[in-house]
Design a protein around this ligand. Structure first.
Ligand code: HEM
Length: 450
């Protein structure tokens, strides 16, 4: 990208006077991004706020703003968010760097290996629960089931416990409220200040109090002892390499909330995987055949995990088609040039991974579900930034390897025992909240495999 600022601005969809593209974005944000890419190409300009928004969809441009010139592109200001606080999702600069250094060791590969047995145990319990339902044509909301499983997995990884019902419910409610508060229009007009939203705010703060109570309880208990190999134990023991100081209770609380809330992405990704498998029986059968060959009816171990290769490919291909964290957002600090277009300071720059991962120049038949794209021999040929479900650059997802391991385990273990079938005639639609979710859940029929 050139260092002299260009003079032209990128094309974009024509909007309404004053409102720009805000109302179309409110109505169907994903649809607006997909259509605008088709109509205008790799760099598109929207008017959604006082400052313009640019969508970058060429992998070279995405690499540029997330890595090569990342210092010019900061996360949007969300400081003082009462739920996320100043945790890794929202923090920036030196503070973020310090926190990332303190949290990172808890996610090292060798630490993750220690989580495998716990994950396998949780998945086995879920399978036993499904098997106990005897009537033929058992139907479950798989989005809900995968959400619960992912919340349990994260709870165990974080603080070696089961989520009690009030905490599980509060986390679910909080995620829905976050989806709601994410609306541009809502923020722009500051509707939340209106008295009619009093109840909503009361609900939000009641939920927040409950979750804060849980974080505090875990931190207090852990300071007195307990398991030493989960994420909270690592965070409590972590010391700043320069000052020798550990995290304050407020910092621990913020990271606890950030990591806990991340469970939604993994649950949603698994729901999409089952949606795809239920509509592609030949791929589901190949997956089941791999599970049977590798696991032989038993449970995965650290040794057998790398041999569940097709399960991993299915999960990776699911994250291509449904990258649950679908929107990477930054704000330009200084003027710049991207793709030959001028970027003013304050411009909001986004990569919509849903669009990027279906870019026709980088993916053949981009709409086709084909896990073989992730076979070892196919990986090398691809542009590295054409596929970034976990982001890229310094803010890359800290939970990426944990999520991939969990995803492959769930897919292998479930497909060994069940075939999941789509409900005939039911259309599956996307709800683009904080995560991409199946709108209204995902009912599927579970049939035991012989
Ligand atoms: C399939 C599941 C997941 C997906 C698709 C996903 C995706 C992402 C993406 C795209 C980012 C980068 C955001 C950005 O650059 O703006 C991110 C950041 C992050 N993720 Fe994940 N994530 C997943 C699961 C998890 C889990 C299970 C955890 C923790 C237990 C986690 C913790 C985080 C944290 C703390 C960050 C912020 C990192 C930083 O800025 O330093 N994620 N995730």
């Amino acid at each position: 990208m050139a260092s002299t600022p260009a003079s032209s601005y990128p094309p974009g969809p024509r909007g309404l006077p004053i409102w720009g593209n805000l109302l179309s974005h409110e109505k169907d944000p994903l649809g607006l991004f997909v259509e605008s890419f088709r109509a205008h190409g790799d760099v598109v300009r929207f008017k959604l706020d006082a400052k313009p928004t640019y969508m970058l969809s060429h992998p070279d441009h995405v690499r540029y703003f997330l890595t090569e010139n990342a210092p010019n592109y900061a996360k949007p200001e969300l400081v003082d968010d009462p739920f996320l606080g100043n945790g890794l999702f929202v923090s920036e600069g030196n503070y973020w760097r310090r926190q990332r250094r303190l949290v990172q060791p808890a996610f090292h590969r060798e630490r993750l290996a220690g989580l495998l047995t716990g994950m396998v145990d949780l998945i086995q319990r879920k399978l036993a629960q499904w098997e106990a339902v005897r009537e033929p044509g058992r139907r479950f909301d798989i989005a809900e089931e995968m959400g619960v499983l992912s919340l349990r997995m994260t709870t165990r990884a974080l603080y070696s416990d089961e989520p009690d019902e009030p905490t599980a419910e509060a986390m679910r409610r909080m995620m829905w409220m976050l989806n709601d508060r994410g609306s541009f229009l809502y923020r722009l007009l500051k509707l939340e200040r209106l008295p009619i939203y009093k109840k909503k705010w009361a609900d939000f703060f009641a939920t927040l109090r409950l979750l804060n109570g849980k974080a505090k309880e875990v931190i207090v208990q852990r300071k007195q002892g307990g398991p030493e190999d989960d994420i909270m134990a690592m965070l409590l023991a972590a010391k700043d390499r320069d000052t020798g100081e550990g995290m304050t209770d407020k910092e621990l609380r913020d990271e606890f909330m950030n990591l806990y809330s991340a469970n939604e992405g993994a649950g949603a990704a698994l729901a999409w995987a089952w949606h795809l498998l239920s509509t592609h029986p030949e791929i589901a059968d190949r997956l089941a055949a791999e599970s049977a060959a590798v696991l032989g009816g038993g449970a995965p171990t650290l040794e057998s995990l790398p041999r569940l290769r097709y399960a991993m490919q299915v999960f990776e291909e699911t994250l291509r088609l449904y990258p649950t964290a679908w929107k990477l957002v930054r704000v330009a600090k200084e003027a710049d040039t991207v793709g030959g277009y001028r970027v003013e300071p304050g411009t909001v720059v986004v990569a919509i991974t849903y669009v990027l991962h279906r870019h026709p120049e980088f993916w053949s038949s981009p709409e086709t579900f084909d896990p073989d794209r992730f076979a070892p021999e196919s990986r090398g040929a691809r542009h590295k930034f054409a596929y970034i479900p976990f982001g890229a650059g310094q803010h890359i997802c800290i939970g990426n390897n944990l999520s991939l391991m969990f995803g492959a385990l769930v897919l292998a273990m479930v497909s060994q025992r069940f075939r999941l079938r789509a409900i005939p005639g039911r259309k599956v639609d996307i709800y683009p909240g904080i995560s991409l979710l199946p709108r209204g859940g995902l009912p599927l029929t579970l049939e035991p495999r012989k």
